[in-house]
Design a protein around this ligand. Sequence first.
Ligand SMILES: NC(=O)c1ccc[n+]([C@@H]2O[C@H](COP(=O)([O-])OP(=O)(O)OC[C@H]3O[C@@H](n4cnc5c(N)ncnc54)[C@H](O)[C@@H]3O)[C@@H](O)[C@H]2O)c1
Length: 255
Amino acid sequence: MRLKGKVAFITGAGKGIGQATAVRFASEGAVLGLLDRDAEALKDTQRQVEAAGGQCGIFPADVRSSSAVRSAIDQTAQRFGGLDILVANAGVAIAGSVVDMPEEDLDQVLEINLKGVFRVNKYGIPHLLERGGGAVINIASTQGWRGFPGWAGYAATKGAIIALSRQVAMEYSKQKIRCNSIAPGAIDTPMNEWVFAQADDPAAERAKWDEGNPLGRIGTGQDIARAALYLASDDAEWVTGTCLVVDGGQLAGGG
Ligand SMILES: NC(=O)c1ccc[n+]([C@@H]2O[C@H](COP(=O)([O-])OP(=O)(O)OC[C@H]3O[C@@H](n4cnc5c(N)ncnc54)[C@H](O)[C@@H]3O)[C@@H](O)[C@H]2O)c1
C-alpha cells in the first residue's frame, strides 16, 4: 500500500497506460480522479478500480478544454479533501514527416499531447501546493530522445514534455513538489494496435517489434504503471527533474 491516503488525478485513464496506472494506484491505496474523452472506456476503468478495492471519480472530458481539465481537478480535490499526485498521460499518435504533415495535424498533436499535459500541471499544482508538496508525472516517449522517421510532430511534443517536466521540477522544488517524466518505449496498448493494423500483416509486424527489442518483447501498461508508482511514491523522495526511460533497452541500442 505505497500510496495509502494519497489522492491522484490521471488523464487518458480509459485505456492503455492510463488505465493500468489507475488500477495499480488504486490497489496501492490511492483514491482517484480519472479523466478521458472516451466515456465508456472510463466506466470500464472505474469497474476495474472498484474490483481492486479502490474508489474514483470519473470525468468524461477532453484535455483540449482548459475549463474541463480545471473543473475535473478541482472536483477531485474537493471530493477527496486534496490532491497529492498528477499523472498527465493522455496523448495521441499522429504520424507525418515535417514536409508531409499538414499544419492542422501539428496543431492537434500540440493541443492534446503538450498543452494537455501543461493544463494538468497548471491547474493541478496549486492543489499540491496547498497540500505542502506532491508528485507530478508527465508521460513523454522515447521519441523525445531519439528520431524515428515519420513522427515529426509527435516527437516534438514528447521532447517538449521532457523539458517542461524539468522546468516544473525546478520551479517547485522548494515547495516539495517533485516532477518527472517517463519515456516509454513501444507498449502494447490500443494506440499501437492501430499502428499494427496499418501493416499488411499486423501479427507479423507485432512479432517484428517484439524481436527488435533487446529484452525480447514490447512493453505492457503494467511496465509503465510500475514506473509511475515508483515516481509517485516516497521511494522516489530524492528524484526530481529527470526522465525515467522504460523501454526494454530500445534507447540503449535496440530496434
Ligand atoms: N503505446 C506506446 O507505445 C507509447 C509509447 C510511448 C509513449 N506513449 C504515451 O503514453 C500515453 C498513453 O498512451 P497509450 O498507449 O496508453 O494510448 P491509448 O491510445 O491506448 O490510450 C490513450 C487514452 O487517452 C485518451 N485520450 C486521447 N486523447 C484524449 C484527449 N484529447 N482528451 C482526453 N483523453 C484523451 C484516449 O481516449 C485513451 O483512453 C500517451 O501520451 C502516449 O503518447 C505510448
